[in-house]
Design a protein around this ligand. Structure first.
Ligand SMILES: Nc1ncnc2c1ncn2[C@@H]1O[C@H](COP(=O)(O)OP(=O)(O)O)[C@@H](O)[C@H]1O
Ligand SMILES: [Mg+2]
Length: 354
């Protein structure tokens, strides 16, 4: 087991795409670290550069206390699970799991024993003689995990390993994988474009945008205090309201309404300054009656979220969303008022959290 440290890591592909731009990151030993970002932001490149499958253009990769920047992938002692599992179709489950051990010249008997042990741990014992084509997606995914576990590497690198599973299996696999990582205590970098997955699984996480890390923190920190409007817009199953506003003395003018300055920004704004006001739909108190500091308008859309509803208000031509508990949702065309929670609302100045 080992910590992973990236120092000014840069990757420019031939042709000029700067996929990683001087990244600094320290992942402590044993941490489950999620790397989140939109497609094309550099997540796969980052993992492949840690694994040594891509050569860094600049900077260093340190695993444990060893600088592995110039070291061949096979000698870095990390194991990677790819998005498509990359199982060998002509090999049975045992041989697929044992393959990395064969490369390491482990004896046939020891390989079989290890494959059986890891396979049993992942509930594959009755499937060991099957080939990948005879397995469900979830089972194939477990074989890919078993293969990684059998290697006993210093670190696990996962590149969107759950993205080929259907929604239900995905949730199961998420819980399972998290539990397994806890038990094994192996430093893990888990790449995903699914913010719910990152929030649910990670000890800490980073949000990436075009080759840069835009925020590092615990899931709670990233969810409650996104460091900039990019992260604010990216995180959350219902997107955060990000509304243009102007500072007016000790209040804010937002969508033509007067709202209170959020607690965190109090005393830190200058009169007349332009800001972006951020508040999650979950942190709104909704009412059919006017209230001081509320954003008032007409209900334009009501979406059923199951145990709650997402209500969109047209507030002077600006869309404002609020989550409303089941049973108290309004009808389209009603007047409605969304009162932001002052302890949860945020202010962004030039895109950065105040
Ligand atoms: N082999 C390659 N050659 C040139 N450009 C690449 C190559 N692989 C990825 N890229 C580019 O690098 C950027 C980051 O890609 P990638 O790491 O795959 O992002 P992600 O995994 O976040 O979707 C993208 O602009 C992509 O087009
Ligand atoms: Mg990718």
């Amino acid at each position: 087991m080992a910590a992973i440290e990236l120092r000014g890591l840069t990757k420019v592909y031939p042709g000029g795409v700067r996929a990683l731009d001087a990244l600094d990151l320290v992942i402590p030993d044993g941490e489950f670290f999620a790397l989140l970002g939109p497609s094309g932001c550099g997540k796969t490149t980052l993992l492949r550069t840690i694994a040594g499958l891509e050569t860094a253009t600049g900077g260093a990769v340190v695993i444990g206390d060893r600088d592995v920047t110039g070291v061949q992938p096979g000698a870095r002692d990390v194991a990677m699970v790819f998005q498509d599992y990359a199982l060998f179709p002509h090999m049975d489950v045992t041989d697929n799991i044992a393959y990395p051990l064969r490369i390491k010249k482990v004896s046939k008997n020891d390989r079989r024993d290890k494959a059986a042990e890891v396979g049993a741990r992942l509930g594959l014992e009755h499937l060991m003689d099957r080939r990948p084509g005879q397995l469900s997606g979830g089972q194939q995914q477990r074989v890919a995990l078993a293969r990684v576990m059998a290697t006993q590497a210093q670190a696990f690198l996962f590149d969107e390993p759950l993205s080929n599973l259907d929604a239900r299996l995905r949730l199961e696999a998420r819980t399972f994988l998290k539990k397994l990582q806890r038990e094994l205590g192996v430093t893990t970098v888990f790449v995903t474009h699914d913010q719910a997955e990152a929030l649910a699984m990670a000890d800490r996480m980073a949000v990436m945008e075009s080759g840069h890390i835009r925020q590092i923190g615990t899931p709670a920190e990233v969810f409650q205090r996104p460091a900039n409007t990019f992260v604010a817009g990216f995180i959350g199953s219902t997107p955060m309201n990000l509304l243009d506003g102007v500072v007016r003395g000790d209040t804010l003018e937002v969508a033509g309404c007067k709202v209170a300055v959020p607690a965190a920004a109090e005393g830190r704004l200058s009169d007349g300054g332009k800001i972006v006001y951020g508040v999650r739909p979950e942190y709104m108190t909704y009412s059919a009656e006017p209230a001081d500091g509320a954003l008032g308008g007409k209900v334009s859309i009501v979406e059923n979220l199951g145990a709650s509803h997402l209500v969109t208000l047209d507030v002077n031509d600006v869309n404002v969303q609020a989550v409303v508990p089941e049973g108290s949702e309004p009808a389209v065309g009603d007047d409605g008022y969304a009162l932001p929670r002052r302890d949860r609302a945020l202010v962004y100045l030039d895109g950065e959290l105040v």
